[in-house]
Design a protein around this ligand. Structure first.
Ligand SMILES: C[S@@+](CC[C@H](N)C(=O)[O-])C[C@H]1O[C@@H](n2cnc3c(N)ncnc32)[C@H](O)[C@@H]1O
Length: 433
């Protein structure tokens, strides 16, 4: 058994069966379950057991005895050092199958069996439109991503996940931040490739404002690289230092000006896949629609083509952005309210005026809101989630309340990571008494 392994240093021979939620190869044997970083399903490995993890143990590969047919050469020289990717050694078709299997296992843990789960929709690499770089400005400066299992920063020379437009800009940022003492020793710099140009947000790890000379240097930099905007956030909220033009995105037929730091789906392709599934789940008879956890309206505006849409979101800046959207059809727009849906979810009575409700919460899920939905009579619900564990918990609440899961579609918009986006369509099949 696994517990008896604690002081044993001997190796085991195992076959990797699947990929776990953290992106490791998973092997099950008489000695227990092992989570093996960089193990590919189909590999036969000699492994050295390490520390306990959950229902098993971590293990390191000591020898590859037989290589999986799904093992490939990683796309990036930083793979295994960089903390970003865990799956570059696995073929794309196998990753798609494993992500579908991860979702099925997660649903089954909540007793949700025999759910019609579609094939994974895969988004190509080089499409990530928002990237958070890490910078270390002390001795041995580095600019890139955090190393695997470490807070140290790895100097980046390539990244096949990111849009080339962001990657091409990285050397300029690296040179700039070396002369920005206000950033401190450690900082994070987010770059969003918007439809009106790059939007940069700098966040020092300590509260620190740029000096007058630094502000001038930042404004010059924004002009030289034709940035749409450059902002600074030392914990008091983002302050635009150079706002050269609105940072715009097209959601459906609407143009939105994004506030600094606003939520945005990581890829345009992923967002289009989510919006397409959401819109096609809601028929024209469902005229009155609600979008909960709506962000700036990436789903609200595509839904507007078929009815009225009321959006609810906790962040007032994003609600304002949705309200100020420019929309070509006179008199029709999304109505939007600021509301904390964890503390003050829409009640079943409030929900009952909608024909269809979409909810797309953060990773923690939406348990309080889902309990109200389960008590409602809303005919169609579409759940969107980037966390299969909390999604499955919330779906269980809805199924217990009388909803039937019609479909679940995994979308892989997080290339080579273990993350998945999921869209689930539910219809009310009976009312709870
Ligand atoms: C995954 S994003 C989805 C946004 C949008 N659907 C999109 O695709 O761009 C989740 C959103 O929930 C919002 N949020 C987080 N906690 C919330 C809460 N307690 N109440 C309301 N909104 C919340 C976040 O600000 C964020 O905009």
């Amino acid at each position: 058994m696994v517990n008896s392994l604690s002081n044993i240093r001997r190796n085991f021979t195992v076959s990797v069966e699947s990929i776990g939620a953290q992106g490791d190869g998973v092997a099950n044997g008489p000695e227990g379950r092992f989570y093996i970083p960089f193990g590919a399903p189909g590999d036969q490995l000699s492994i050295t057991p390490g520390k306990r993890r959950g229902d098993g143990r971590e293990a390191a590969i000591s020898t590859v005895i037989a290589t999986s047919p799904d093992r490939i050469i990683p796309a990036c020289r930083h793979f295994e050092t960089c903390g970003g990717c865990t799956l570059q050694h696995v073929a794309a078709a196998r990753i798609a199958a494993e992500k579908k299997a991860m979702l099925i296992r997660s649903l089954a843990r909540r007793g949700l069996n025999d759910i019609p789960v579609a094939e994974t929709v895969t988004v190509a690499p080089e499409t990530r439109r928002r990237v958070r770089f890490a910078a270390h400005n002390g001795q041995a400066p580095a600019f890139g991503f955090r190393r695997r299992n470490s807070r140290f920063v790895m100097d980046l020379t390539e990244c096949p996940v990111t849009r080339p437009s962001i990657l091409a800009f990285a050397p300029a940022l690296r040179a700039l931040i070396a002369n920005l003492p206000a950033l401190g020793v450690s900082a994070e710099i987010s770059v969003t490739d918007s439809e009106s140009g790059l939007d940069v947000l700098m966040a020092p790890s300590k509260q620190s404002e740029p000096s007058f000379a630094e502000r001038e240097a930042l404004a010059d930099f924004a002009t030289r690289y034709d940035l749409a905007r450059l902002s600074w956030d030392d914990g008091h909220g983002p302050e635009p230092i150079a706002a050269r033009r609105e940072v715009t995105m097209q959601f459906g037929a609407a143009t939105i000006a994004l506030p600094p730091g606003a939520f945005l789906q990581p890829t345009a392709e992923g967002e289009a896949a989510i919006a397409g599934l959401v819109v096609s789940a809601i028929d024209d008879a469902a005229r009155s629609r609600a979008d909960l956890f709506s962000g700036c309206g990436a789903l609200s505006f595509p839904l507007l083509a078929g009815g009225t849409v009321h959006a609810f979101e906790g962040d007032s800046g994003m609600v304002d952005a949705a309200r100020r959207a420019i929309y070509p059809t006179a008199g029709r727009t999304v109505t939007a309210d600021v509301r904390d849906l964890a503390r003050d979810p829409l009640t079943a009575t409030e929900l009952n005026r909608f024909d269809a409700v979409v909810f797309d919460p953060p990773r923690a899920g939406a348990a309080p809101q889902t309990r109200e939905l389960a008590d409602s009579t809303v005919p169609t619900i579409v759940a969107v989630s980037c966390n299969p564990a909390t999604l499955s918990r919330d779906l269980r609440i809805l199924v217990d309340g009388g909803y039937r899961i019609e479909s679940a579609t995994p979308i892989d918009q997080f290339a080579w990571s273990p993350h998945i986006e999921v869209v689930v369509v539910l219809r009310r099949s009976f009312n709870r008494t």
